[in-house]
Design a protein around this ligand. Sequence first.
Ligand code: NAI
Ligand code: MHF
Length: 317
Amino acid sequence: MKVTEHIKEAKGKTLFSFELIPPQKGRSIQELYDNIDPLMEFKPPFIDVTTSREEYIYIDRDGLLDKKLTRMRPGSVGICASITHKYDVDTIPHVLCGGFTKEETEYLLVDCHYLGIENVMALRGDAMKEEKYFKPTNGGHCYASDLVEQIVNMNNGQFLHEVVETDNKSDFCIGVAGYPEKHMEAPSMDADIRRLKQKVDAGADYVVTQMFFDNKRYFNFVENARKAGVTVPIIPGIKPLAVKRHLQLLPQVFKLDMPDALVKEVEKCKTNTDARQVGVEFAIEQSKELMAAGVPVLHYYSMGKSSNIQAIAKEVF
Ligand SMILES: NC(=O)C1=CN([C@@H]2O[C@H](COP(=O)(O)OP(=O)(O)OC[C@H]3O[C@@H](n4cnc5c(N)ncnc54)[C@H](O)[C@@H]3O)[C@@H](O)[C@H]2O)C=CC1
Ligand SMILES: Nc1nc(=O)c2c([nH]1)NC[C@@H]1CN(c3ccc(C(=O)N[C@@H](CCC(=O)O)C(=O)O)cc3)CN21
């Protein structure tokens, strides 16, 4: 079922969902299942599976480093299929511009359609590890809005090279990312919201936000997006702080602010176990306030570790 249909069916009740990252190649999928199992009691209507970019690795060959381009994790589509098969839950693969040609994306979307996947998250993707800025892949899209257009065209039976007469069109429900604290490359908040509007005008059906720790940022963002004419659901994304190091890492990687109250509490922590507990308690309060404000879904960035998400969901759902 589509995310938008799940939201309608919930009739105003806030749903629980989460997102995970495929295991690195060579590791067991059982690890992933072990982290999904404890979250299923909260009845997620859908689970997102992220896609990682290709990356350079360096192999030591008798003192000389051999540089190789590789993918450390499998694609999201196969993992989505295995999760849906095992748990009978909708799964949402993240489809990226970076690292994929339009042809490869079409190939992947056709697979999704035949697998019965009804939702996709359309993202530009991050820059490669050693690059400062995102560089479009040869033959790939530059912006998420271009990817949304490709998906919408396919939904209309228009493939890259021709219009195919079909009685079996895809009808993907399309998610896109939104940034309560502005995307790091956007020159201003308003400019970023205009880009968001562009993605929705191109055919996006819902928005999932980047993580944020100050609910005011989310509420302001939703207000500004509504003013700009974005009417689709805006789902808040929540990442519980899990280790002391996140105090520096999360603002640095995702360009966001931490509320001083949280910073002070984490600074007092002697161990990572203490910090994780502070992160859980903070996320519970954050989630409760968002739920009271009537958000359609609380979407948690579990990234494969579920015990803290479970502790939060127990208190909130
Ligand atoms: N791997 C994953 O699962 C997830 C990744 N992300 C990351 O979020 C980041 C951005 O992705 P999206 O938000 O999908 O990208 P986007 O293409 O919507 O926006 C990227 C940047 O370009 C700007 N922009 C958009 N359209 C433009 C245009 N036509 N002309 C000029 N500027 C334009 C935006 O304001 C923004 O600064 C990436 O770093 C992505 O990987 C976010 C959520 C999940
Ligand atoms: N720019 C960007 N890229 C992404 O891939 C991404 C987003 N934003 N926002 C939404 C989700 C959430 N994602 C993530 C990815 C990693 C962590 C994380 O906590 N990673 C490390 C710390 C950061 C690092 O070392 O790069 C961790 O300690 O687990 C959290 C959410 C992936 N997605």
